[in-house]
Design a protein around this ligand. Structure first.
Ligand code: SF4
Length: 461
């Protein structure tokens, strides 16, 4: 045991840590004078992961663990490190047709801008959080809150986000989004046109007209190609909106949290007067949203005005079928980061060879043991579903940056060809499974430095 403070050299912050305390990120502690990674180093089955493995800094030092093991008769090397990522963020897919905010609208957490709304996908709103500009280019407080927000999301926690001129959202990986305080139930079955494409045949004979209200494409059965092929007669319906192709209308209303992701509370607002040439008193019409959450049944009166009526049981079933085909709404969180920088030097003395080996699929990249998607093109830019990692696999350092586990696995011969750190290769079987040991010896500090050290609170370099 010693009462001497030690310096952590696992990241640029270089904390001075007094005995029994942890550094600013809580990942390293002074345990009796030994610099100790506070979380256990995690193995999944026989596989070594980088979770809890530690970080080396600067990166020319070999990665914390470079291990050799025979896999299916092939001598494989796995290099593991907890990489420090300034270029990283989270992409969030929110399964909902409700309007969360306009594309490019700022997203705030704790009052700070941490990202923006990006291009919507089929049935989902997409958010982009973090990134180097928010982490390091928008002021200290903004960087800290951005880092904390992305970290919590990646570690599976719920975070509250507020979208400029839009909704408030509680997002959590693998959980339903909570929009303006209401948990979302269902992801839409498709756009209005797709809904008609799916169910037109089942509706034939039950009702004269079906309008599927959707913020993207509102579908009209009698005009739609599906209706034409099924020989559904014209109904004289008039839809206010921008006609794209027969039976498919854009912009019938403003986006919102009402019917089909529009701001409609009364669907009849999107209809003009029925054309007397085709309409008749007694004509029946179902109006339904793309999740089946909203539905109403109307019958034209003698003046050809739609009047609400109780929905016949057969149509109740038809609406239930739409609902049944909607998947549960979830938030998905992908961590995205660039491992193509100096981190590579901990793997090889010739970093570009690692990049080439990853691109050529000679080297497999995983994140905490989870499979990643590597973007084509330069660098090693990867994405990983955070729910595939054990909880709390991510960390941070106060530069600010996120810490994420990353493993590179390849045949021994390929590792040698890359210029790998062969002298640092250890046998997997020699590693204790419950280790929580230092990856490198502690750096002693002068007593004067130790006296002024305030563990956990440090100015950034
Ligand atoms: S922030 Fe963490 S990793 Fe960085 S020097 Fe301090 S204790 Fe070590």
């Amino acid at each position: 045991m010693t009462d001497t403070a030690i310096r952590c050299d696992a990241c640029p912050v270089m904390c001075v840590i007094k005995p029994g305390l942890t550094g600013a990120c809580d990942r390293y502690a002074n345990d009796g004078g030994i610099l100790t990674r506070t979380d256990p180093h995690l193995f999944i089955g026989d596989q070594i992961t980088a979770i809890g493995a530690g970080t080396t800094y600067p990166d020319y030092k070999p990665a914390p663990f470079i291990v050799s093991a025979e896999i299916d008769g092939v001598d494989m090397i796995t290099v593991v490190t907890e990489g420090i990522f300034s270029y990283c963020g989270a992409k969030i897919k929110v399964d909902t047709d409700r309007h969360l905010g306009l594309e490019r609208a700022a997203i705030r957490a704790g009052g700070e801008v941490v990202g923006h709304v990006t291009t919507a996908e089929y049935g989902s709103q997409m958010l982009s959080l973090g990134g180097v500009h928010h982490l390091t280019g928008s002021g200290k407080k903004s960087g800290r809150i951005t880092c904390e927000t992305v970290l919590r999301l990646c570690n599976g926690e719920a975070v509250e986000l507020s979208i400029e001129n839009g909704a408030t959202l509680i997002a959590q990986a693998g959980a339903p989004p909570v929009i303006n305080g209401v948990p979302e139930q269902k992801m839409r079955v498709g756009c209005g046109s797709a809904t008609i494409g799916m169910f037109a045949q089942q509706w034939r004979g039950l009702v004269d007209e079906v309008v599927v209200v959707d913020d993207h494409i509102t579908g009209i059965l009698s005009e739609h190609q599906a209706g034409k092929l099924l020989e559904i007669p014209e109904t004289g319906i008039l839809v206010r909106g921008r006609r794209s192709t027969p039976g498919r209308y854009f912009e019938v209303a403003a986006p919102g949290t009402g019917w089909g992701g529009t701001d409609l509370t009364d669907p009849l607002q999107i209809l003009g007067p029925f054309n007397k040439k085709h309409a008749r008193p007694g004509l029946t019409m179902l109006m339904v949203s793309t999740t089946g959450e909203h539905a109403a049944y109307f019958v034209l009166d003698e003046f050809l005005r739609p009047q609400p009526r109780p929905m016949p049981p057969t149509l109740v079933e038809a609406v239930a079928l739409i609902k049944e085909n909607c998947e549960p709404a979830l938030c998905s969180v992908l961590f995205m980061a660039g491992a193509g920088g100096s981190l590579r030097a901990g793997v090889t003395t010739n970093p570009v060879l690692l990049t080439n080996a990853v691109a050529a699929a000679i080297t497999r990249v995983t994140c905490g043991g989870a499979p990643v998607y590597i973007w084509p093109g330069g660098g090693i830019t990867f994405m990983v579903d955070v729910t595939k990692l054990p909880k709390n696999a991510f960390g941070y350092v106060p530069t600010p940056a996120l810490v994420a586990p990353v493993e590179f696995t390849m045949p021994r011969a390929a590792y040698e060809r890359l210029g790998g750190h062969m002298a640092d290769v250890r046998q997997l079987r020699d590693l204790s499974r419950d280790r929580a040991s230092p990856s490198h010896p502690p750096s002693p500090v002068m007593p004067a430095q130790a006296a002024g050290a305030a563990p956990g609170i440090h100015d950034l370099p």
